[in-house]
Write a protein that binds this ligand. Structure first.
Ligand SMILES: C[S@@+](CC[C@H](N)C(=O)[O-])C[C@H]1O[C@@H](n2cnc3c(N)ncnc32)[C@H](O)[C@@H]1O
Length: 388
């Protein structure tokens, strides 16, 4: 379970049963594309597009089941709730559903012939279908509110050379490729890259349009050449040394471990006029993120313009929602001792002398007019993360 990258990070990919079959499965791009087209007209997309795209809660859809017709209810149970369907229930769906999912290694069948998705769910996100892992504490094939927040900000044009770092199952990759960019996508987790391939297929995007590359960004810069647009939703949560945390979220002591690696490489990777878009969380004093001076100095030294937008400065001390959320997640990983984890986080924040955790967006432009801009949208008493 231990990773090769840092001693305290939890390795991929322990969770998704999908991992066991995906690499050996027959890929059926045509089948998945047909499934995506068919789903467009089923009501499944209409149903889920009726809820806020940055938040979803599997529990609440259980209550919806009785108001749906049999076909739509079977789809919700199979694709959203992760429930097994009996052979009779499956027979009520077109054969392209089990055929496409089965060929792509996304389906599991028990001895009684009941089928279910391999620990995954399929949701419409804007104009894309996205397979990702059913949410749980040790998630490795990630989609969440931060994924959507970055997606919502992407500015992409056809023909751009684009790089998606820490792509995971690939929601930003889908947006870039669908807009006609020439895309390279990178992740440390090979299973996430396999799933990103399935997500390209279910959206009818030819595999050749995106280069999927496995690399550890802490070990090496994975690509050559310069890009017009680089995007990253990296592991972005502060995690004290010695605390275990899922790889998808572990941003090191100040949440910036991977982000700094990217900034280091950026001057050699951004084309003239090119742009880098990312987001994260880090400590703040309630007025400005701890890294403000560091980013401003980096921009000046490298001839870049950088804009930091903070949406919230959340109070971060024992008893606050953010502190409790982070420490509870960390504590649930591998059953770590609650008081030890809380002590480690308390030590971390007091060591930095910062009593807030802020959520920020960072945009960097390889610009003829370098500079630094800080926009603080936070409001005292308003907790939250990505949106005001
Ligand atoms: C928060 S998830 C983002 C996934 C996707 N881009 C999204 O927004 O939904 C972070 C991703 O970073 C990947 N990752 C973690 N450490 C990495 C590293 N050292 N090098 C490359 N990718 C890494 C994880 O496997 C995970 O897929």
């Amino acid at each position: 379970m231990m990773t090769a990258t840092t001693a305290q990070t939890i390795a991929h990919p322990p969770a998704a049963p999908f991992a066991a079959t995906v690499s050996s499965a027959r890929t059926s791009e045509g089948g998945l594309a047909a499934l995506g087209r068919w789903l467009d007209g089923t009501g499944y997309a209409d149903l889920f597009s009726s809820f806020h795209p940055a938040s979803f809660s599997p529990g609440r859809f259980i209550e919806l089941a009785p108001i749906l017709d049999d076909g739509l209810r079977a789809l919700v149970r199979l694709l959203y709730l992760g429930e097994p369907l009996t052979p009779a229930e499956l027979a009520g769906l077109p054969s392209l559903v089990p055929d496409a999912l089965g060929d792509a290694g996304l389906l599991d069948t028990d001895p009684a012939g009941n089928v279910h998705l391999h620990g995954l769910m399929l949701l419409p996100v804007l104009n894309h279908w996205l397979f990702f892992e059913r949410p749980h504490v040790m998630m490795t094939l990630y989609y969440g509110d931060d994924s959507f927040a970055l997606l919502n900000r992407l500015r992409v044009r056809a023909g751009m050379r684009a790089l998606d770092l820490c792509c995971g199952p690939g929601i930003q990759t889908l947006q870039l490729a669908a807009a006609g960019a020439e895309v390279t996508s990178v992740d440390i987790n090979p299973v996430a890259l396999h799933l990103a391939g399935r997500n390209l297929a279910v959206n009818g995007i030819p595999a050749g349009r995106v280069r999927l590359t496995q690399a550890d960004l802490t070990a090496r810069w994975p690509v050559e050449g310069r890009f017009d647009l680089i995007v990253a939703n990296p592991p972005l949560l502060p995690v004290p040394s010695g605390t275990f945390y899922p790889l998808v979220g572990d941003g090191g002591d100040d949440g910036l471990r991977i982000t700094r690696q990217i900034l280091h490489a950026l001057p050699g990777a951004l084309a003239p006029g090119g742009r880098f878009q990312t987001l994260g969380t880090t400590f703040s004093d309630g007025a400005a993120p701890m890294f403000t001076d560091e980013v401003a100095a980096w921009a000046a030294a490298n001839g870049m313009s950088a804009t930091v937008v903070v949406t919230h400065h959340n109070p971060f001390q024992p008893g606050t929602p953010m502190f409790d959320m982070l420490t509870t997640t960390a504590q649930r990983c591998l059953g770590q001792d609650r008081e030890t984890v809380r002590g480690q986080y308390d030590h971390l924040r007091t060591g930095f002398g910062q009593m807030h955790l802020c959520s920020y967006y960072l945009t960097v432009c390889n610009d003829p007019a370098p500079g630094f801009q800080y926009i603080d949208l936070s409001e005292p008493g308003q907790d939250g993360l990505w949106f005001r």
